[in-house]
Structures are given as structure tokens and as C-alpha cells.
Design a protein around this ligand. Structure first.
Ligand code: SF4
Length: 635
């Protein structure tokens, strides 16, 4: 039974003192938006399906929160997953999921929007729906249930969540979300069926309705074809793209309890032209669009005034590729240095200029220095298309240590295609060489942290065809690193092999994986991204019950012409380009940054009209001539 906000509030008061960090569950943060429920037409619940501490700083959700709340006819409120202690209390006390702002039951909202930046949130998403009293399967929802939508980077392969989500937003959500709200209002006014709502949504650029498509399989288990079931749905769903980065949020929520990032986040650039072959974000967020310097500086100023935060992160996939990064850093330093503000510039390239950039921020309090060579041999760096010479890396390291940073973090991945144990040994050797350089400069103060994750092949990347390492291979490589990378000044972090496998099953899973996700959740899987929660056996049982072999998704090499479960989505970058890049990787051939030379990845023919309407420096792709045809966008 649906409870009123007053009933929810009173039930909460009875349970909150029994759980860890009750502040996660009460809302009331500075900058929270509470609108009059009855005076708006559309009520949207934005959900980050992990705990508050992780979800509150999420920039994607912050953007949508401001975008929707700027409309006079709609409101957006928030919800996060309760940690296991709170879930137990909520179930015992009969408290369904509610929004933090007005304490309305989630099932009272018109639209429920999940943010899915990574795949290990899937069981939490089911748990959230269950705790909300909303049918888990889209096919079981009726006209009175909320519309359940999802977006984020994981949604670029939506198939493992296809039966649970009514509509996915593939790509950038700022404009698509507005159109979804408007379409929902028109549908509500028409008093039409739920199917009618989905048909309306299917006309919105970037919206994918999974129930309008059906996959078929070959006897060997691979996908044979994906059949469109609704005439009016697009043959291929084109990802959504904004030509200009919309105004950034400036009213960040100020949490009452500790969260992972207590800071202002300003997106300085979207997209990346580097072409690292393992990088999902680099492929799906093309083209590069930059935010002008005055807008960034003004956003920081307004956000500081609105929040009182003392840290700002200038976010992008590769900060030093921002065209005028030197000028940006000068402008930020000039305006804010000396104001007790920590300025972080993550994702810097491996070049001495990166250390110089940080130098310019002298006077500001600075965060740590992190570089991501990803591999330690030049052969391997060529395979993954991150061609940096070891000499250049060492030069940068010397520049960083000699400017006074005592700790350097280096990120690597094991499990790249064609990797040998020699390549892994080289990671250890390189880390030790880096520390030796640091100690020459700073003595025993110099330290090195090596973060070594395991590569998971992702959809829509040049490595979407390659198998993952097996558990035995991963363990052998990790053992080698653990033996070699111990001693004073050295710290090593790694990913547990079972976590890697889970990410790999879900990343390249087809629609049959949805039954595995459902069964794993029924067995108790949730918080799969958390070390504290080990549900590996639940996942194995879920595969067995559904007669699916987990190795089919992880350790199998795909043929070049295999039909992928995400083949009916079009991210702009073409399969032809990805195939060529994959074959180049096998030959150790690298590509330049495509700002230097366009390699015709597919973005320009795909979004030709948009590019033509937005000439000049808006995108970092070449201009489009009149004669080119737009093949992607819906009419
Ligand atoms: S169209 Fe050319 S410049 Fe633009 S992202 Fe693709 S390869 Fe790079």
C-alpha cells in the first residue's frame, strides 16, 4: 500500500537511529530543490543505484537535477539505494523507497530515471524497483506505474537490462530528458495506453525501447539477427549528442555526511581524440566539444558562492588535451589562487608539460599526481594505442618529483590482448625504476602507488572482439606483481579476478544475460561493485539455472563478422573503423590523435547536419561540406 509522505517520515524516525550514517536517508541538503508537488505536471525521480555516499557527487545526475528543476511544469527529486542495514530495517518496517526531497513513495512518480555509469549496478537497480513496489519486468507494468528509464555509459549495451527498463537514453541526456518529460505530458493528457507512450518515446532521437526489438540466436549461441518489431521504431538507434555543452550545474548539493567527493565538478571538455583502443568512454563520447574558458571560470565562481566548497575538479577524459589548457590554468589561478581552494586536474597526459601545468597552480592547495601509462612496454603501448616512450615517462616523473610531489600514482592494466608475462614483469620493473628516480631527488620521502586493474573488453571499442584473461592467467600475473612490487615506498592495488569476470559478463552480455541478472538478484546479489559483498557463488548459480556458460561471454574470441548484441545501436563510430583499428592493433600499428588527422571514424557522416549547423571550433572534427549526407539522425 502506498504511504503518504507524513507516514513515511514517521516510520523513518523509528528506524533511522538503528542504522549506520542515518544522514544518508533524510535529504535536506543545502541546495536541495523542493517544489510544491501538486503544482507541477511531471514528477521525476532520479536514482543513482548505489549508496548516497557514491551517488550524491555524480555529475550526470547533478546536471539532470538542475535541467528538470528549471522547468516550471516538472520537478526532479532524488533517491539512492539503502545500504544493507537500512534495507533490512525498511523491509521490516514496511517502508518502500521514497524520494529524499518530499518523501513521496517512488511509485508515485511519473518517471523513474536510473543512472547506470557501470554494469555492477544492475542488481541494485532490480533491488531498488523491488523496494519501490514496482514490477521488475517492463512487460508487467501497467498504465499506473512509473515510466522506468535508464541512461549512462553502461546503457551503450543495454541488453542485459532490456526486460527491466522501458526506455534507455543512449548518449547525452540533457536534451533527451526534456523531450521525454514533454512526451510524457502529452501522453498523459491523451489518456492513452502504455504502449502508446513507448511509441511516442521511440520517436525521440537517442531513445531505445528494448521491447520493440527481438534478438535471435545461432545454434552456437551467438546472435544471428536483431529484429525490429515496431514499424515506426528506428532500424538503428542513434546515440544522442549535444552540439554545444549546455550550461553546467552551479547549485551542487552540499551533503550533511561524508561522501566520496565533496567538491565542485566542472566538465571542461566532452569526448576524446586519443583513440586508446581499450577505452569505452573514448569511443562512445566522440566528438570532442570544449567549454569556453570564461564559462568555466564563471561556473567555478558561482558554484563557490552557492556551496562554500573548497575543492574544484576540472573534469574531462584527458585534461591536457583541452586546446587552451595553459590559458585555462592561468585564468583559474589568477582568479582563485590564495583562496584556500584545492584545484584538481585529473587525467593528465604523460609529458613534462603536465607537471608545468600543476606548477602554474602553485599557491592553490593541490591534490596528488596521477599518470596512467596503462602498459609498461612500448610494444604493449602500441597495441593499445597509447604510444608513450619510457624515456618520456621517466622525464615526466623526474619533473614531477623535482617539483616537490613526493607521491606519484601510476595506473596500469593487465590482460591487454597479446600480453605476456614479460610485459607484466615490465610493470614491476618500471615502477621500481620510477621510485629509484624519486629517491635520487627526494630521498626516502619519495613513494609510488601502482594501481593495476584487469582489462575488460568493452562494446563499441576496437577490442570488443578479444577474449578476457582467465582467472588462472589473472592470478599468475597478479602473483608476479605482488612478489616483485613490495618494499619500502611501494604500494600496489589490484582488482579481484572475480570482480573482473562479473564486469566482463555484463559488459558484453546479450539479452539472455537478463535472466542471469534476475536470478543472481533473487539469490541475494547486490552491491556487486563493493568488496564487502561477495556474491560470486550467486552469479554462478544464476548462470547454471539459465543453462548459460559464463565463459561464452568472457573467454571466447569473436569472429570479425560476429553480430554483436548491441548491433542495433549506432554510436557514430562505425564497425568498419573499429575492425580496422583492431586489425591494426594486431600488427602493432598506432594511430595519431585524430585532432592531427581525421581517420573518418564515422562521426562526421553520422552527424553531418549537426556539424554543418555548428561550424568552427565547437567540435574538434573537421568542417563538413554541403554535399555530405546525414545517415544517422532520425528524420
Ligand atoms: S570524425 Fe575524425 S576528427 Fe572526428 S572523432 Fe572521428 S576520427 Fe576524430
Amino acid at each position: 500500500m502506498v504511504a503518504s509522505p507524513i507516514e513515511i517520515q514517521s516510520r523513518l524516525e523509528r528506524v533511522l537511529l538503528k542504522v549506520q550514517k542515518p544522514g544518508r536517508y533524510v535529504g535536506g541538503e543545502y541546495n536541495e530543490v523542493v517544489k510544491d508537488w501538486d503544482s507541477v505536471q511531471t514528477h521525476v525521480a532520479l536514482v543513482f543505484p548505489d549508496i548516497y555516499d557514491i551517488g550524491l557527487p555524480n555529475l550526470g545526475l547533478a546536471i539532470l537535477y538542475e535541467v528538470i528543476n528549471q522547468r516550471p511544469d516538472a520537478l526532479a527529486e532524488r533517491a539512492y539505494c539503502p545500504w544493507t542495514d537500512m534495507e533490512t530495517e525498511m523491509r521490516q518496517a514496511g517502508i518502500a523507497m521514497y524520494s529524499l526531497e518530499s518523501k513521496h513513495d517512488i511509485c508515485n512518480f511519473d518517471i523513474l530515471g536510473f543512472s547506470l555509469p557501470y554494469e555492477t549496478l544492475y542488481t541494485n537497480t532490480l533491488n531498488f524497483l523491488d523496494l519501490s513496489g514496482i514490477p521488475l519486468f517492463s512487460s508487467q507494468r501497467t498504465v499506473g506505474d512509473p515510466l522506468v528509464i535508464a541512461g549512462g555509459h553502461a546503457a551503450f549495451n543495454p541488453e542485459p537490462m532490456a526486460p527491466f527498463i522501458d526506455a534507455f537514453v543512449i548518449g547525452e541526456g540533457e536534451e533527451a530528458m526534456q523531450e521525454i518529460v514533454t512526451a510524457h505530458q502529452a501522453w498523459k493528457a491523451a489518456g492513452a495506453s502504455r504502449k502508446d507512450l513507448l511509441l511516442r518515446l521511440a520517436k525521440i532521437w537517442g531513445v531505445y525501447i528494448p521491447s520493440f526489438y527481438e534478438p535471435y540466436y545461432n545454434p552456437d549461441g551467438t546472435v544471428s539477427e536483431i529484429v525490429k518489431l515496431e514499424e515506426s521504431a528506428p532500424d538503428k538507434v542513434a546515440k544522442r549528442l549535444v552540439a554545444h555543452l549546455p550550461p553546467p550545474p552551479t547549485h551542487f548539493l552540499v551533503p550533511n555526511v561524508d561522501v566520496v567527493h565533496n567538491r565542485i565538478a566542472v566538465e571542461i571538455m566532452r569526448g576524446c581524440t586519443r583513440g586508446c583502443r581499450f577505452c569505452h568512454a573514448g569511443m562512445i563520447t566522440r566528438p570532442v566539444r570544449e567549454r569556453p574558458i570564461p564559462e568555466i571560470v564563471e561556473t567555478i565562481q558561482q558554484s563557490l558562492d552557492n556551496t562554500g566548497f573548497e575543492e574544484v575538479a576540472l573534469l574531462s577524459l584527458s585534461s591536457s588535451d583541452y586546446t587552451k589548457i595553459g590559458e585555462l590554468v592561468d585564468a583559474v589561478s589568477a582568479r582563485f589562487v590564495g583562496k584556500h581552494l584545492t584545484i584538481s586536474l585529473p587525467s593528465l597526459r604523460i609529458e613534462t608539460a603536465s607537471a608545468e601545468l600543476f606548477e602554474k597552480l602553485k599557491g592553490a592547495r593541490q591534490g596528488g599526481f596521477t599518470l596512467a601509462p596503462e602498459a609498461a612496454t612500448e610494444r604493449m603501448r602500441n597495441i593499445i594505442n597509447k604510444p608513450v616512450s619510457t624515456e618520456q615517462l621517466m622525464e615526466t616523473i623526474r619533473a614531477i618529483y623535482s617539483r616537490g610531489w613526493s607521491t606519484i600514482k601510476l595506473y596500469f592494466m593487465i590482460g591487454h590482448p597479446a600480453e605476456t608475462l614479460e610485459d607484466v614483469q615490465a610493470i614491476a620493473d618500471l615502477c621500481k625504476a620510477v621510485l629509484r628516480e624519486g629517491r635520487k631527488i627526494l630521498g626516502n620521502r619519495a613513494t609510488l602507488h601502482a594501481g593495476v586493474s584487469t582489462f575488460v573488453p568493452k562494446p563499441h571499442t576496437p577490442f570488443q572482439w578479444v577474449p578476457c584473461d582467465t582467472v588462472d592467467q589473472i592470478l599468475a600475473k597478479q602473483q608476479l606483481l605482488k612478489r616483485a612490487l613490495s618494499g619500502p615506498g611501494l604500494k600496489l592495488n589490484w582488482t579481484e579476478p572475480q570482480d573482473t569476470l562479473l564486469e566482463a559478463w555484463l559488459s558484453r552480455g546479450d539479452r539472455r544475460m537478463a535472466q542471469v541478472v534476475y536470478a543472481a538478484w533473487k539469490h541475494g546479489a547486490r552491491f556487486d561493485a563493493w568488496q564487502e559483498e561477495d556474491h560470486y557463488q550467486d552469479w554462478m548459480a544464476a548462470f547454471a539455472e539459465n543453462n548459460l556458460d559464463p565463459e561464452f561471454y568472457t573467454h571466447r574470441r569473436r569472429f570479425l563478422d560476429e553480430v554483436f548484441p548491441w548491433e542495433h545501436l549506432n554510436i557514430g563510430v562505425t564497425k568498419k573503423f573499429l575492425t580496422q583499428d583492431y586489425t591494426w592493433s594486431l600488427e602493432g600499428k598506432t594511430r595519431l590523435d585524430c585532432r592531427q588527422k581525421c581517420f573518418a571514424c564515422g562521426i562526421l557522416p553520422g552527424f553531418a547536419e549537426l556539424r554543418r549547423q555548428n561550424p568552427g571550433e565547437v567540435w574538434k572534427c573537421p568542417e563538413v561540406s554541403r554535399g555530405r549526407v546525414n545517415v544517422l539522425l532520425p528524420a
